[in-house]
Structures are given as structure tokens and as C-alpha cells.
Write a protein that binds this ligand. Structure first.
Ligand SMILES: NC(=O)c1ccc[n+]([C@@H]2O[C@H](COP(=O)([O-])OP(=O)(O)OC[C@H]3O[C@@H](n4cnc5c(N)ncnc54)[C@H](OP(=O)(O)O)[C@@H]3O)[C@@H](O)[C@H]2O)c1
Length: 447
């Protein structure tokens, strides 16, 4: 039997405590599978006295995670603190420099500094494993880094943020407003007190930045991702989507395009009966289109103590068995610079919702602006939201703007943006038009 593998675990919150629980619960199973014992040789968190529901009495305590990271007694540093900089980054760097393997669940750290950390890990001949950083319990990092390593990936997209998916699903199922559902999500602990990071799409962008690098062999480029959040999605959009055969999901999408990589986070319309539309609540999903394998769809728990601990523990087990792969699939020195595709060249269909003044000629003027940009309309509906129908909600005042919803045929982003801007400038609408991309799914390609 080999020497035991000694872990130093920094961060004993949701994920850290979950990991300690798993390591204890599956102690014998892990030993059998690793061919050696896996032991915790040190832990660190902010408050020593806090009850974490796991036995810590016999484990050496470190006030400073950086000291734990470089301590000679440990072979693997497990970073479960979080944050792109500060102590998490300092500790991970210290561990790699000291020749320790690193396991982390920290997407922010990897999205901002992943390429440099991968380089450091390779220089020191150690592992940098991060299965839990994207989509929690879904094994998407290993899927891209190992199972699909002989493919050219054409596209990867998914539902990567449980908070946003919970909000959008609840808005649709219960016909409630964004504000109302967000408040409830905060009470239930699904959304942070400051939810900007989740609802603004930035958390999804962190995860997409990591997936994009693994998929396309490029440097991680979080700051190059086009990000739109879900704050602007209204009940009217959810209702119209439902009636027109769609559901709205916050997607992170990275596609290999002619002019470079198109990576974006945005609310998107997906066909109501597609598998991804049916991913509800806090569940995550990742779809991958690879040249030899074809298309895959992974669905599962994107967060939570147990699923995340499961992912972290599998990374530890890999190290215990001696598996060592380049952290970002391609050796860090061979990662290509990220070349951003022009979003204006994006081709697809669009949903457009306009609040049109009830005046003669308004619709003709709108049709002309669309025609000027060669945008052709697949369907157009003048509709009142259910909440505004007489007898249900507010009375509709004569002359009030009428909601008009259009679905376009495939066009370019540049054309639709120009047409909508011109409509706005003509003064025919009372508020900023809503434009939502209709996403072409890998599932469509199979039909
Ligand atoms: N929660 C999830 O479902 C989930 C899923 C996927 C990935 N992740 C990632 O996993 C990481 C941890 O998330 P979490 O939800 O477990 O966070 P959390 O519950 O807030 O736990 C953070 C832990 O870090 C400790 N900590 C904070 N600052 C520290 C410092 N300066 N020195 C030492 N320890 C410090 C805290 O100590 P105290 O307990 O003493 O305050 C706490 O134990 C993050 O990178 C997160 O993005 C989380």
C-alpha cells in the first residue's frame, strides 16, 4: 500500500464541510479505489469556534490558509474559500510553488487567473483540478478535458447558474414578476443579498470562460465575453414566449465562428419541448457539440454541499491514483490567444417586443424599418399581457401603447440592432424594445 495522501483543506463553508462529510462517510470506499488512505492533515477557515457539523478536533488548525498551502505535512491543497484574488489566490499560488497538487472549486479565481495558474502547475509538475468550479456536480470539466480530448469541439453552451434558472422557471410556472421571485429566492437562500453577480450573468460568464478555454484551446478570456443578465425579462416576455412555443433561459454560449470565438451570456428563447427548456429550478445543463463524438447533453445539480463535494472528492481521488493531466487540456504554453468573433455577425432568429403607440401608420413604419435591414418577420402578434386583460388586471386605456411581439426569420445581429434602433428613433414606441436571441440548439441539428 502506498503512503497516505495528506490533504490541507482551506474553507469549511458549504463545500468544505460537505467534503469533510464525504471523506468521512466514504473513507473505506475511497481507500479501496485509491489504493491508499486519504487523510486530512490540516484545515483553515476564518472562525475556529464555528460549529460546522463535522468533527475537527483532531485535525491541525491553521489561521492562515497560505501557511497551510505550503506546509510540508500536506501533499494536496484544497481551496474552498472563493474569490478571484486575495487569500484564495495567494494560497493556491503558494501551494503550486511549493510543489503541492491543488484542487479548487473557485470559478472566479480560474476565470481571472486560470491560464497563469495552469502554467505554474505544469512548471511544478503538479495537478490543478477544478471539476466543481463549473456546474457543481456535473462532470463537465472531465468530459471536456478527458473524455472528449480527441475531438474538435464546435460549440458548448448551457444553463450554468441555478439562481437565474430558478427565477426564470418560477416566473414562468407561477406567472410572477422578476422582482417578486427574486425576493423569494433571497428568502429561500437561492440568491445572495446582493444578487448582481448571479442575475447580471457574471457568474455564468466565469464558468463559460473556463469551458471556452477547455473547448477551444484558447487562453481564458473572461473580459471578452458579451454579458447580458436576466433583470430586463418581464412577465410579458415570459408569457409571450410560452404562447409562441418557447421558454426563456439564461444561457452561456461559446461557438467557434468564422471570425473567431463567439462567447456570450444572455437570456435566450429555446423551444418549449427541448430537453434544455425542461431543465428547471436550480438544476444546471451543459451541451457540447464535438466533431467525432457528436452532441452531448449533461444535466444535473449545479450546486449544493453534496454534489460539489462529490466533484471535489473525485479530483482528489484522481491525484491519489497518480493521474496528472494538463489543467486546461492543452499545455498552458500552447494555449492560443483568444480571438473574439464580431457579435454583429451572429446569425439567428430574434424575438422582439415593442410597446407601440396606437397611432395610424405606426405598424407600417415599423415594418419598413425591418425591411430596410432585410429582416423578414416569421410572425407578429399584437397582444395584451394576461395580467392586463379586462377583468383580470388593470383596464387598458384607449390610446395606450400596444404590446407587439415579433419573431424574425434568421438574420444578423447587426441588422436587427439597426432596425430596432431606427424604430426607437422614429418615436413609435414608448419604451426600449426588448430583443432576445432565439437559440439554435444542438438538439435541433439532430431532428
Ligand atoms: N456552494 C456551492 O454550491 C458551490 C458550488 C460550486 C462551487 N462553489 C465554490 O466553492 C467555493 C466555496 O464556496 P462555499 O459556498 O463553500 O462558500 P462559503 O460557504 O462562504 O465558505 C467559505 C469558507 O471560506 C472561509 N474563509 C473565508 N475567508 C477566509 C480567510 N481569509 N481565511 C480562511 N478561510 C476563509 C470561511 O470561513 P468561516 O466559515 O470561518 O467564515 C468559510 O469556511 C467558492 O469558490 C464557490 O464559488 C460553491
Amino acid at each position: 500500500m502506498q503512503q497516505p495522501l495528506i490533504l490541507g483543506i482551506a474553507g469549511l463553508g458549504t463545500v468544505g464541510a460537505g467534503l469533510l462529510h464525504l471523506l468521512d462517510h466514504h473513507k473505506d470506499r475511497l481507500e479501496e479505489r485509491a489504493g491508499r488512505q486519504i487523510r486530512v492533515g490540516g484545515v483553515s477557515a476564518r472562525t475556529k469556534a464555528k460549529d460546522r457539523g463535522v468533527a475537527l478536533r483532531d485535525i491541525p488548525w491553521f489561521d492562515d490558509p497560505v501557511k497551510l498551502a505550503a506546509d510540508p505535512s500536506i501533499a494536496v491543497f484544497v481551496e474552498l474559500i472563493g474569490g478571484s484574488d486575495g487569500v484564495a489566490k495567494a494560497a493556491v499560488e503558494a501551494a503550486l510553488r511549493a510543489g503541492k497538487h491543488v484542487v479548487t472549486a473557485n470559478k472566479a479565481l480560474l476565470a481571472e487567473h486560470g491560464a497563469e495558474l495552469a502554467q505554474l502547475a505544469e512548471e511544478h509538475g503538479v495537478a490543478l483540478n477544478f471539476e466543481a468550479a463549473v456546474a457543481g456536480g456535473i462532470p463537465v470539466i472531465k468530459t471536456l478535458r478527458e473524455s472528449l480530448s480527441a475531438n474538435e469541439v464546435r460549440r458548448v453552451y448551457g444553463i450554468l447558474n441555478g439562481t437565474c434558472n430558478y427565477i426564470l422557471t418560477t416566473m414562468a410556472d407561477e406567472q410572477r414578476s422578476f422582482k417578486d421571485v427574486l425576493k423569494e429566492a433571497q428568502v429561500r437562500g437561492y440568491a445572495e443579498a446582493d444578487p448582481t453577480f448571479d442575475i447580471g450573468g457574471f457568474d455564468t460568464a466565469h464558468k463559460l470562460a473556463i469551458l471556452t478555454s477547455l473547448a477551444f484551446g484558447t487562453k481564458i478570456a473572461f473580459d471578452q465575453i458579451h454579458v447580458e443578465g436576466i433583470q430586463t425579462i418581464t412577465e410579458a416576455d415570459i408569457e409571450a414566449a410560452e404562447d409562441m412555443g418557447y421558454r426563456i433561459k439564461l444561457l452561456g454560449v461559446a461557438t467557434r465562428a468564422e471570425s473567431g470565438i463567439e462567447a456570450r451570456v444572455n437570456p435566450a428563447m429555446v423551444p418549449k419541448h427541448s430537453a434544455i427548456a425542461e431543465v428547471s429550478g436550480v438544476t444546471n445543463a451543459v451541451a457540447i457539440d464535438a466533431d467525432y463524438c457528436g452532441s452531448l447533453l449533461l444535466i444535473g445539480p449545479g450546486a449544493g454541499a453534496h454534489p460539489t463535494a462529490s466533484a471535489v472528492a473525485s479530483d482528489i481521488l484522481d491525484i491519489a491514483r497518480g493521474s496528472l493531466v494538463p489543467p486546461l487540456l492543452t499545455h498552458a504554453r500552447n494555449l492560443k490567444p483568444y480571438k473574439k468573433a464580431k457579435l454583429g455577425a451572429h446569425q439567428g432568429a430574434y424575438y422582439v417586443r415593442l410597446a407601440v403607440y396606437d397611432r395610424p401608420g405606426a405598424m407600417a413604419a415599423i415594418a419598413k424599418r425591418m425591411g430596410d435591414q432585410e429582416v423578414s418577420i416569421e410572425s407578429i402578434v399584437q397582444r395584451r399581457p394576461r395580467s392586463a386583460l379586462p377583468g383580470i388586471g388593470a383596464r387598458v386605456k384607449p390610446g395606450a401603447p400596444a404590446p407587439v411581439v415579433m419573431i424574425t426569420h434568421e438574420t444578423t445581429e447587426e441588422a436587427i440592432r439597426k432596425a430596432v434602433k431606427a424604430i426607437e428613433q422614429d418615436g413609435k414606441v414608448s419604451e426600449r424594445p426588448q430583443v432576445i436571441r432565439i437559440e439554435k440548439l444542438n438538439e435541433d441539428a439532430r431532428q
